[in-house]
Design a binder for this molecule. Structure first.
Ligand SMILES: [Zn+2]
Length: 155
């Protein structure tokens, strides 16, 4: 008998719900989408949704509800860092914490956007070494590879 990707995902989620340290981020080790969110089953199922359901917090019936990351770490599937909410609330929270605004600034100076300290910190927080989301982050913040490297080195 063969196990489906969904079986594999549920087995890992169940294991982590029992043994995982909920004070840490749990980066999803399997398939992820272009935004870094864990997905299984050909991409239709978000890992964050599965985790919340397995943790006894089924998806609310209101349309447009998403699993939000309090840690701003898309591949993380620790239920302690996840909650149900709408995209709008997610955007609002990011704005409050100074993580938004990347798009507004992009291209202000011939594509060499100036970064705020909050954005630099956000880039360092969002960067997942070894996973390869560098390109997505450079696009998101409208910065070049050298700028990105400087930010990672804390300069
Ligand atoms: Zn996390």
């Amino acid at each position: 008998m063969s196990r489906t990707p969904l079986d594999e995902a549920l087995a890992l989620i169940d294991l982590m719900l029992v043994t995982g340290d909920r004070s840490l981020c749990w980066p999803w080790p399997h398939g992820k989408d272009s935004n870094g969110y864990g997905r299984v089953y050909g991409g239709q199922v978000l890992v964050s949704h599965l985790v919340l359901e397995q943790d006894g917090r089924p998806r609310p019936t209101a349309p447009g509800d998403h699993a939000l990351h309090s840690c701003d770490n898309p591949p993380c599937f620790n239920p302690a860092h996840l909650s149900w909410g709408t995209n709008k609330r997610n955007a609002g929270e990011r704005e409050e914490r100074g993580l938004g605004g990347g798009d507004k600034r992009r291209g202000e100076r011939n594509g060499r956007a100036k970064l705020t300290d909050a954005q630099r910190q956000a880039i360092r927080d969002e960067h997942v070494p070894g996973y390869g989301n560098s390109k997505a982050l450079m696009q998101k913040y409208g910065i070049s590879q050298p700028t990105f490297n400087r930010v990672l080195r804390g300069k």
